[in-house]
Design a protein around this ligand. Structure first.
Ligand code: THU
Length: 137
C-alpha cells in the first residue's frame, strides 16, 4: 500500500467523524504489519473529555482485533464538510499511544494537506526521547 493510498483511506474515514462540538473532522488509517488497514475517526462527547481522537480509534480497533505490529498511520483533519487544506499533526496523547506499540525509528506518521501530497515523519521525529515500554523493562 502506498502512502497516497493510505491517505485515501484516512480521507474516507474522516467522513465518519462525530464532531458536533469542534466541527473539526479527523480521519486516520493505520497500516498493520500484515497489510491490514484500520480506519478511525474522532468521536466527541457532550462532556468533552470522553471524546476520542481518530488515531486512537484506529489503534484501539486494531489492538482489539489482535494486532500488535504496525507500520504507519495516515492522518488528515480540518473543518467538517470541507476538503483538508492543512496538515493535522497528532496530539501528544496519541503520540504516546503510538509509543506503546510502535518502534519510534521506523513507525511512520503520514500527514497530508491534499490527497496527493503525503509527508512522512517517524514517531521519533514527532516524539523525541519518548517514554515507552522498554523504560519499564
Ligand atoms: N483530533 C484528532 O482526532 N486527532 C488529531 O490529531 C488532533 C485532534 C480531534 C480531537 C477533537 O475531536 C478535535 O480534533 C478538535 O481538537
Amino acid at each position: 500500500m502506498t502512502d497516497q493510498e493510505l491517505v485515501a483511506v484516512a480521507i474516507a474515514s474522516r467522513e465518519r467523524a462525530y464532531v458536533p462540538y469542534s466541527h473539526f473532522a479527523v480521519g486516520a488509517a493505520l497500516l498493520c504489519a500484515d497489510g491490514t488497514v484500520y480506519g478511525g475517526c474522532n468521536i466527541e462527547n457532550a462532556a468533552y473529555s470522553p471524546g476520542n481522537c481518530a488515531e486512537r480509534t484506529a489503534f484501539f480497533r486494531a489492538v482489539f482485533d489482535g494486532h500488535r505490529d504496525f507500520e504507519a498511520i495516515a492522518i488528515v483533519g480540518g473543518p467538517e464538510g470541507k476538503p483538508v487544506e492543512n496538515l493535522c499533526a497528532p496530539c501528544g496523547m496519541c503520540r504516546q499511544v503510538m509509543m506503546e506499540f510502535c518502534r519510534p525509528q521506523s513507525f511512520r506518521i503520514i500527514l497530508a494537506d491534499a490527497p496527493d501530497h503525503p509527508q512522512s515523519f517517524t514517531l521519533e521525529e514527532l516524539l523525541p526521547l519518548g517514554f515507552g515500554p522498554s523504560d519499564l523493562a
